[in-house]
Design a protein around this ligand. Structure first.
Ligand code: HGY
Ligand code: MN
Ligand code: MN
Length: 416
């Protein structure tokens, strides 16, 4: 006799249609999305998600960081809920699936449970964490970081975007600053479905990534100060070129990451040069170094070497520097029981799977500090993400959501 829920499957057409519906909000310029955190587009996406949650009979709570918690009651409301979700905010040139698959995959679980009239002992809460991307306001995984007690709410409220707008004020402006105190909620377990954002699963033709670990990350914002001067009439030896300094640091970051292959990574994606005029030597540059490794010792070694290198480069170019750490989390080991629930679900459902380390950061990396947590990954085409051409198949999305479904209801306990 089949165990309770053994043959559960989500409705992959409905999931896919919801993802495509959400993708219409905050469209990009090349088929993806630009629904950055606490913009009007983010607010619109939140309203759509809330309408869907209302239709599914969920009770919505919103905390002071704007994170949305849509609760499906359990037969024992006193038990801590099983949380399932991710994020609806996107990069400025993001894809349709990064984060969205995890939030709408969680909603699809609830919709399927409603269709089947299945009850669970623990409540289930579908979650949309505010500002996972950290693109408009650093750091990434901001709301989940405040929830886990590693980021300070009053501090992040004051973080500004490149136009000087404050996160807290923007959250209030779009009408999604809730009243719940952040972090008060007790979590029985948290599961997050996410696209891999790398090439491993597709290259190996594997349906499911069982995420055992997440690599650690450091974001170092660097300000170099030289001297603006005429690009034509200033002799080379007299220049204090902050643009040249930035170029040398970018090369240094790449070289250091290459010293720790095959796992470490490093790049500079955010770059600003002032005054950014064709015939003025850049007097100031501001840029963010992104270094990552699955090993804490390597991450720390890269950090130290980068800082030393910046000092040497600036000494040679007679420019000043300031280095601020604007994002950091150590490598993460997810909960063994939650990971096993995911691996067993993939087996039970007949999906191919492999253990994998997440290259990207996720809200699960912070929530893992306060509750048993694990992630399910599905492949993405060419491993491409943080690019409007990000693509997955309906089958991959369905398989990932099926595995998520089994892990969630097994943990929430089906009531016969
Ligand atoms: O940066 C990251 O890894 C995530 O996409 N925010
Ligand atoms: Mn994401
Ligand atoms: Mn992302």
């Amino acid at each position: 006799m089949a165990a309770p829920g053994e043959n559960l499957r989500i409705n992959s057409d409905r999931l896919w249609d919801s993802i495509m519906e959400m993708a219409k909000i905050g469209p990009g310029i090349a088929g993806g999305n630009n629904r950055q955190t606490v913009t009007d587009e983010d607010g619109e996406g939140r309203h759509l998600f809330k309408r869907w949650c209302d239709a599914a009979g969920l009770e919505m709570g919103v905390d002071e960081m704007g994170t949305m918690f849509a609760r499906r009651e359990g037969t024992d409301p006193s038990l801590p809920p099983v949380y399932v979700g991710s994020h609806l905010d996107t990069q400025p040139t993001g894809g349709k699936y990064d984060g969205v698959l995890g939030v709408l995959g969680g909603l699809e679980i609830v919709r399927s449970l409603n269709d089947l009239g299945i009850k669970t002992r623990h409540p289930i809460v579908v979650t949309n964490w505010t500002n996972e991307e950290g693109a408009r306001f650093a750091p990434a995984m901001m709301a989940s970081g405040v929830f886990a007690g590693v980021l300070d709410q009053a501090d992040v409220y004051e973080h500004t975007d490149k136009n000087g707008k404050k996160f807290g004020e923007e959250l209030e402006r779009i009408g999604w600053k809730g009243t719940e105190k952040v972090g008060d909620r007790k979590i029985h377990a948290f599961f997050e479905l996410h696209i891999e954002q790398g090439p491993i699963l597709e290259d190996e033709d594997i349906d499911i990534g069982v995420v055992t670990h997440g690599q650690g990350l450091k974001w170092l914002q660097v300000t170099l100060t030289g001297k603006e001067a005429h690009t034509g009439s200033t002799p080379m030896p007299k220049r204090r070129n902050a643009g040249l300094g930035m170029a040398r640091v970018i090369e240094l970051v790449h070289e250091i990451a290459m010293d720790y292959q095959p796992d470490a990574v490093g790049a500079v994606g955010h770059m600003e040069a002032y005054p950014n005029s064709r015939n003025i030597i850049a007097g100031r540059t501001v840029f963010t170094i992104d270094i990552r490794s699955p090993e804490k010792e390597v991450l720390d070694a890269m950090d130290a070497r980068v800082r030393e290198g910046i000092d040497t480069i600036c000494e040679a170019l007679d420019i000043q520097y300031k280095v601020e750490q604007v994002g950091h989390f150590d490598p993460v080991t997810f909960d063994k029981n939650c990971v096993k629930a995911i691996r067993d679900a993939a087996d039970r459902l007949g999906y191919t799977h492999r253990d994998i380390v997440s290259g990207a950061g996720h809200d699960a990396c912070w929530i893992n500090r306060v509750a048993p947590t694990a992630m399910v990954m599905c492949p993405c085409v060419d491993g491409l993400s943080h690019n409007e051409a990000e693509e997955i198949t309906k089958e991959w999305a369905g398989a990932g959501a099926d595995v998520l479904f089994h892990a969630v209801v097994e943990t929430a306990v089906i009531v016969e």
